[in-house]
Design a protein around this ligand. Structure first.
Ligand SMILES: NC(=O)c1ccc[n+]([C@@H]2O[C@H](COP(=O)([O-])OP(=O)(O)OC[C@H]3O[C@@H](n4cnc5c(N)ncnc54)[C@H](O)[C@@H]3O)[C@@H](O)[C@H]2O)c1
Length: 250
């Protein structure tokens, strides 16, 4: 495919590598900070492209999606923190021959971890001996704790394991209650992200761990999502990353 990359930062560069590895062509790198080929997406690029992947900041997102929709492009948006303008960002795709697929987590490995956490919780639902806990490790610059990934996994455990009814983040001041699911966060070093679901009984311990090595997992997921969007001409309008992942994994 002929693809525009919008936002040529850490993610944009990873996405470029994966696009080229998978035989796609880069039409233009668009970056408002001056790191790409153009500061804003040009008419020439829009006319030449079939698809676009945007991992930038939310400031110019609604202007960009209006253009992508007008030119009938397949657009994958990984930029986060734009819930406040979701309607204006997505509305242009309701009347477009193009499509927009968006999501806050494009890592296929993370989605495998979510599904395995849910399945494991269902499996031990009737085996009272197993208690469950979640831990996550991240680099010392991470601002949120627990991570969004840990909270998503914790929510799936609570939904699938009757004896866990409440997520308990942070360090508890005393003993936890049996119905609480403890989610512990550790911060330090350069760790891109390690999440572990531990199931512990008097006899043994089982662990499911997702250990991200770098941003490559997000980039691969975004490129595969674009390929999925353009693989079927009926995929027009608005999609979430869940639509793509469910088609891939379920
Ligand atoms: N959905 C996911 O799976 C996922 C994974 C990782 C990061 N992200 C998100 O992707 C975004 C980018 O992350 P990053 O680590 O590459 O950040 P970054 O700061 O390294 O790069 C962002 C780049 O976008 C450029 N930019 C900002 N606004 C722009 C605009 N309106 N038009 C064009 N370019 C613009 C900046 O100049 C910068 O070069 C963030 O929102 C981040 O939260 C999402």
């Amino acid at each position: 495919m002929d693809v525009i990359i919008t936002g040529y930062g850490r993610m944009g560069r990873e996405i470029e590598k994966i696009l080229l590895e998978r035989g796609h062509r880069i039409v233009s790198r668009v970056d408002s900070g001056g790191y790409g080929d153009e500061l804003r997406v040009s008419k020439e690029s829009l006319e030449a492209a079939e698809g676009v992947i945007e991992f930038a900041l939310p400031s110019g997102l609604e202007d960009n999606t209006a253009l992508y929709a007008e030119y009938g492009l397949k657009a994958v948006v990984g930029t986060t923190s734009w819930a406040d303008k979701k309607e204006t960002v997505l509305a242009p795709f309701k009347q477009s021959s193009g499509a927009c697929l968006y999501g806050s987590n494009f890592s296929i490995g993370a989605h495998l971890f979510f599904r395995m956490s849910a399945a494991a919780s269902r499996m031990i639902n009737k085996i009272e001996e197993y208690d469950v806990m979640l831990t996550e490790y991240h680099h010392n610059k991470k601002v949120d704790a627990p991570s969004g990934t840990a909270l998503t996994a914790a929510q799936l455990v609570v939904e699938n394991l009757d004896r866990k009814k409440e997520i308990l983040p942070g360090n508890p001041p005393g003993a936890i209650k049996p119905e609480q699911l403890h989610v512990a966060s550790v911060r330090g070093g350069h760790i891109p992200g390690i999440h572990t679901l531990t199931m512990d009984s008097p006899a043994d311990t089982l662990e499911i761990t997702h250990s991200a090595r770098n941003r490559g997992g997000f980039a691969l997921g975004a490129v595969m999502a674009l390929e999925w969007l353009s693989a079927d001409e009926n995929r027009k309008g608005i999609f979430t990353v869940e639509d793509f992942i469910s088609d891939l994994l379920d």
